[in-house]
Design a protein around this ligand. Sequence first.
Ligand code: CMP
Length: 220
Amino acid sequence: MAHEELLARTDFFGDAPAALIRDLAASGSELPLIRGDVLFREGDVAESLYLVISGRVAIAIANPIDHRETVVALMDAGDLFGEMSLLDDGPRSALARALEPSTVFAIPFDPVVRAFRSDPALLWGVTRLLATRLRVMDEALADSVFLDVTGRTAKRLLELSDGHDEFQLPITQEELAGMVGASRERVNKAIASFIRLGWIDQHDRRYVLLKRDALELRAR
Ligand code: CMP
């Protein structure tokens, strides 16, 4: 899909007129990434926001003491990120790392800020994106309080399956543990229990959901 079309489909630029989308698409540039490439780290000075063209990028926060990471979001094709520093003039709130060969489209902040200043009604799109992020985080926070590790693991696997009964986990076990918010050992134990119960089959990163209903019940 063309950059303009992908941009127009984002919440962030959902209210932008076609001429602005064209200008923004012309001001940006594609950046190819290989697995493991870090686009930016938490605390970095920011100058661009990014749109995922293909592949997958993890947004993560690292513990400064032992460098463990918690993955707070996964960005797929069509997702936009790196907008928070534009909005509050602060440093990057998290790091962004490619989980697989990916292409992102970098758009410099300047033309975006100019467009928002000249037509503040465009900020409705921004508020939509932020409200969606907040809803997701509210749910994650509630899960961390109300669900145990096994329930959170079931929920994450269901989310990562994206509705498919057979899928390839896009992240490592370590990253999955970071998303669940538990140690790798405890997440592995939860997965082993699902296999024992006959709810899933798993070989390396390939998963087969044999009893989606049971997993869904466990994730409540
Ligand atoms: P920015 O702070 O510029 O750089 C890190 C980016 O990660 C941030 O903008 C957002 O785009 C994204 N990000 C940070 N926290 C979250 C979150 N909880 N959910 C989704 N995206 C996030």
